[in-house]
Design a protein around this ligand. Structure first.
Ligand code: GDP
Length: 369
């Protein structure tokens, strides 16, 4: 393109190369747009015609500028996180950026948790983790954007805490922010015609404003990529496998010391020392779990990753990071959490190790169930 063409919705420079980036428009749509004199990027086009929000992800610099702007507003900040990948969905340093603005923490994807999990325990845990990260949310809520569960509760809380102000919805990619915003649009009467897009001043970021009844807006912000998310090491097809779609069915294993479980080829759990006891795996039902002897586990992984141990798929093995080991000495019932993948509950005192792709965290927490 000789001269930059701008989207008349958000002002982003139109490009036809990368669907994941700002300003993307398919070539055919661009030609039609030029012919009619109205060029929209795909995101704005979909928004205008289908009231549907699409993902756009940002680089860190742009995101920092966006966050900086948040601190200068008088607004309610709604931070959407994935309860299945809490650490992978925290925005580093968010508390420093929000200024005095209240933050409402929303844990999405509650539909995939086993029914045996008490939600009070989960929200308490989220609150504690948020505090550890320096964030002091005014409230912690759970939702399922996909199933439209607890949406009325969410909308009521937003009304309560925004107290006549604008609302900014922030989150890293994959937490379900777009799905949630789409639900909000559907559940809020009277916004059908009026969606506009505009830019964050001084940045290349677009934002989407959803008008609220009192002349204020609910503003969707682009998602940031969090490098420690398991999602970034996997292809689209694999993502479908690891992201649970249905309530997780726990799988119980009676293990002896010196036995290993592989969660597909994505993670590994070693029972190193302790009495024979139960270990309960909570991962997407489609992830196949393989059991082997600890002493053979390295060789087993080398031989079967991308084959018996999938994901990763065979063509992704070459790019897949090596697994890194974290050792834990367990005294009480504890979850070993593989960020973004799930967890294994250890029921008796023992020494165990969790392995995850380099860059992805393995953590311990007091058992949730
Ligand atoms: P965004 O990047 O934060 O905007 O995330 P998306 O809205 O694109 O969602 C990311 C993935 O999570 C998609 O595969 C969604 O279908 C899925 N998802 C979103 N909300 C939920 C939910 O409440 N429950 C479940 N199980 N999946 C969800």
């Amino acid at each position: 393109m000789s001269e930059a063409i701008h989207c008349i919705g958000c002002g982003a420079v139109i490009q036809t190369e990368d669907p994941q980036k700002l300003g993307y428009t398919p070539k055919t749509a661009l030609e039609k747009g030029l012919a009619s004199g109205e060029v929209y990027c795909q995101r704005c086009f979909r928004l205008r015609h289908y009231n549907e929000i699409q993902d756009v992800s940002l680089t860190d610099d742009d995101f920092l500028r966006l966050l900086n702007e948040l601190g200068q507003k008088d607004a309610l900040i709604v931070n959407v996180v994935d309860i299945f990948d809490f650490n992978g969905s925290l925005i580093p340093g968010l508390h420093r950026f929000v200024g005095d603005n209240p933050v409402l923490l929303v844990g999405n994807k509650v539909d995939i948790l086993p029914k045996s999990l008490k939600t009070g325990k989960l929200t308490q845990w989220m609150k504690e983790r948020a505090h550890e990260a320096g964030l002091r949310p005014v409230d912690v809520l759970l939702t399922s954007a996909k199933k439209a569960h607890y949406m009325q509760d969410l909308l009521a809380k937003i009304e309560e805490y925004r107290d006549g102000r604008d609302v900014y919805v922030v989150g890293v990619t994959n937490v379900g922010k777009s799905t949630l915003i789409n639900q909000i649009i559907q559940q809020t009467a009277g916004v059908k015609e009026l969606i506009t897009t505009s830019r964050f001043p001084g940045t290349t970021l677009d934002k989407i404003e959803i008008p609220l009844e009192d002349g204020h807006f609910l503003i969707d912000t682009p998602g940031i990529i969090h490098r420690h998310q398991m999602a970034h090491y996997l292809g689209k097809k694999d993502l479908k496998i690891i992201a649970p779609h249905k309530e997780i069915k726990p799988k119980v294993y009676q293990l002896q010391a010196e036995q290993t479980l592989f969660l597909g080829g994505l993670a590994r759990f070693d029972f190193i020392q302790g009495e024979k006891s139960s270990f309960i795996a909570y991962v997407a039902n489609d992830i196949k779990i393989q059991r082997t002897k600890l002493e053979k586990a390295d060789a087993f992984y080398q031989k079967h990753v991308g084959g018996l141990l999938q994901p990763p798929r065979p063509d992704e093995v070459a790019d897949f990071p090596e697994l890194v080991r974290f050792e834990f000495s367990i005294k009480e019932k504890t979850d070993i959490v593989f960020a973004g993948l799930g967890w294994v509950t250890v029921t008796a005192p023992s020494v165990v190790a969790g392995w995850a792709p380099k860059g992805v965290d393995v953590l311990r927490r007091k058992a949730l169930i």
